[in-house]
Design a protein around this ligand. Structure first.
Ligand code: KG4
Ligand code: ZN
Length: 344
């Protein structure tokens, strides 16, 4: 007997990516259209909620039409949309569109937890071929969450961030660098060309810029405090952010061009060392052999390299999503929705 295919339409609008995707049989991505609003928000160095909702409203039909190109919507068996967490107005756009399409075409809908979505970005990458239970670390612009995933639909949250999410710390570091350069520019006219070039690149989202700039700096040049907090499962990154602020302010009269790169490299090294040390500590404590790291920050090459190396040395299997599935996208929402709705 030929097994019937299950087609899921995913819709993601929780933050600043408007995305729609068709996934068949839970793991096979037929389309994954992402309209990134980053350029719009980069002026403000962070996501402006009202601007995000309006842009989702303007773009949602376009991304859904594109995702469904050459595909008959009547073949869709399920519509999965991001239910929470996220920006309220932004989430509402995705929910209303999903519910309306569901009503018109008599297709069931399901609300998906965005963090489950990130976990599914890894299951999608490996087509479900990862053994349970595993330790999940979601590190993104809005969330930092540590959990144990027992099955396709069960996870226990162990810890979260107490203040800033990791991605937010990357984004704010870039914002502080821009403020710093704008303060010192008039005193360092000899370096004006270099400083203006830096300003051109220092944009939201901060993560990819910090990673690029870090390649030219010394990761051990500045000693930022490392918030390991090994006695808890929680994270905290606001102290590190404050340390970057005070460091830059102490260098108003001490600028040298490599300083911009040294700050990026040292900041990245501090974040990566904090996260990887903590993961290693917890895997040992919980006797856990598998770690899955997802969310926008998991696209970071330095983190991937360090964590994979640590995994090899300590007999821990480490999984990351494909880079284009690290940041927000609707394929991960479709895959998660299909698993929850069809129950496996
Ligand atoms: O998962 P995501 O797309 O959105 C949320 O759910 O929040 O994550 C976006 C975050 C941003 O803060 C961005 O700076 C960060 O992921 N990010 C990175 C990298 N690429 C994106 N952080 C570090 N290194 C990167 N290569
Ligand atoms: Zn996300």
């Amino acid at each position: 007997m030929v097994k019937k295919k299950i087609y899921t339409l995913g819709i993601e609008t929780s933050c600043d990516e408007t995305s729609a995707s068709v996934v068949d049989n839970k793991y096979n991505i037929l389309s994954n259209i992402v309209f990134s609003q980053q350029k719009l928000h980069s002026l403000y160095f962070g996501v402006v909620p009202e601007l995000a909702s309006r842009t989702h409203y303007e773009k949602i039909h376009f991304v859904i039409e594109k995702a469904l190109k050459n595909f008959d919507i009547k073949k869709i068996n399920l519509i999965a949309y991001t239910g929470k967490p996220g920006l309220k107005g932004a989430l509402l756009v995705g929910k209303i569109v999903a519910k309306t399409l569901g009503y018109i075409y008599s297709i069931p809908t399901i609300a998906v937890d965005h963090l489950w979505g990130h976990i599914y970005s890894i299951l999608l990458t490996y087509k479900g071929d990862i053994k349970f239970p595993f330790l999940s670390v979601v590190i993104s612009g809005g969330h930092t969450e540590l959990s144990i995933v027992y099955s396709f639909t069960e996870r226990k949250i162990l810890g979260e961030t107490r203040d800033d999410a990791v991605g937010e710390a990357f984004d704010k570091t870039v914002k502080m660098l821009v403020e710093y350069i704008n303060k010192i520019k008039k005193y360092y006219t000899k370096n004006l060309k270099f400083l203006n070039k830096c300003l051109k690149h220092l944009k939201y989202p901060g993560g990819p810029v910090v990673e690029r700039f870090a390649n030219y700096g010394d990761p051990y040049s500045i000693n930022f405090p490392k918030p390991y907090m090994l006695e808890t499962y929680d994270f905290s990154f606001s102290g590190l952010k404050t340390a970057v602020f005070y460091y830059l302010n102490s260098k108003l009269k001490d600028f040298y061009p490599k300083l911009i790169f040294d700050v990026c490299a040292s900041f990245q090294e501090t974040v990566v060392d904090t996260i990887t040390t903590k993961i290693l500590h917890i895997t040992k404590k919980l006797n856990c052999e598998i770690v899955c790291i997802s969310g926008g920050v998991s696209a970071n090459g330095y983190l991937r390299e360090k964590m994979l190396d640590l995994g090899k040395k300590n007999n821990i299997k480490v999984y990351f999503p494909k880079k284009d599935l690290s940041t927000d996208n609707a394929a991960m929402i479709a895959s998660a929705g299909a698993h929850f709705y069809f129950n496996s």
